[in-house]
Design a protein around this ligand. Structure first.
Ligand SMILES: [Zn+2]
Length: 303
């Protein structure tokens, strides 16, 4: 691809990141391999929504500036680390999409096998450890997962995606944010039903026919040292052959979280007498009053 086309594509992706609210102010950065010795990337301290093609910076693979009026991105070291670790990667996108970043801030990885497209394109989306932005810590945190993952969350910061070209990397950012949105809604509605492990393997088998050749984001063998720094997709084994399985661990968001673990067995003392109605083995529904009474009771017991 010509240098001019790369410049134009970076401008367009910056515009989309900003328009979709994936970056605020001057956040985010985008880079691509220009050839086997040079990178082209966004300059520091510009809003990605209003860039022009001539603003871009050209550096070597060590980050030395070769061309461009402005200095390269403050997160350049993170991009350089990705290119060092992944010869197959031709482009890197970093942004702060709010729902995915919310998961990164809450420390909740997007690791559940829920959507076929996500299982095939990204597998699991791990969280790289917190690192101070624009310091050497950040490339070190990213190094752990970058060999096995094309997309990851950055703890208390944002998200990072890689691809065989600029748009492939950008679309993975869209996929992560979309996945985060759906995961959030599903958890508010009571929790995801997960794809079974068999279904995940079936999807993995289809990857080739979709033209996806990511390294190993599904990681069927976590014991393999080559996949040591890989986060496995949560896909339970189905004993009945079902392809969708409720996940018993859910309930991290919403009123479920407030439910005291032992309350299923315990009578609420101050709830006005009515015992909670048991629905299924692991489910219990309480009125607001009953829930308040349980919490008050728990607080009293703590004192
Ligand atoms: Zn950032």
């Amino acid at each position: 691809m010509s240098e001019q086309q790369l410049r134009v594509d970076i401008v367009e992706i910056g515009r989309r990141l900003y328009a979709r609210g994936y970056t605020a102010s001057n956040d985010g950065n985008i880079s691509a391999r220009l050839d086997d010795k040079r990178l082209i990337m966004t300059p520091r301290s510009v809003c990605k929504g209003f860039m022009t093609p001539e603003m871009m910076c050209i550096t070597d693979l060590d980050g030395l500036k070769l061309a461009g009026e402005r200095d390269p991105s403050s997160e350049m070291q993170m991009h350089l680390e990705v290119y060092r670790q992944r010869p197959d990667v031709k482009a890197v996108v970093h942004a702060h999409p709010p729902i995915a970043t919310g998961f990164a801030v809450a420390g909740i990885p997007l690791d559940r096998a829920v959507l076929a497209e996500v299982v095939t394109t990204l597998g699991s989306v791990p969280i790289a450890e917190y690192a101070t932005p624009s310091t050497k810590e950040l490339p070190e945190a990213v190094r752990k997962y970058v060999k096995a993952h094309d997309g990851m969350l950055l703890a208390n910061h944002g998200a990072l995606t890689l691809g065989a070209d600029l748009f492939a990397a950008y679309y993975k950012m869209e996929t992560i944010e979309h996945f985060a949105n759906i995961s959030l809604v599903a958890r508010m509605l009571g929790g995801e039903r997960l794809l079974s492990r068999d279904e995940v393997f079936r999807l993995q088998g289809l990857r080739g026919s979709y033209g996806i050749a990511a390294p190993a984001p599904i990681c069927p063998d976590p014991g393999d040292p080559a996949q040591a720094d890989c986060q496995v997709v949560q896909a339970p084994v189905s004993s009945t052959g079902q392809r969708l399985i409720p996940d018993g661990r859910l309930g991290t968001i919403g009123p479920e979280r407030l439910r005291p673990e032992a309350s299923a067995e315990r009578e609420p003392r101050a709830s006005g007498g009515r015992a909670p109605r048991a629905l299924k083995d692991d489910e219990i529904r309480l009125t607001y009053r009953e829930l308040t009474a349980l919490i008050e009771d728990a607080v009293r017991n703590l004192k």
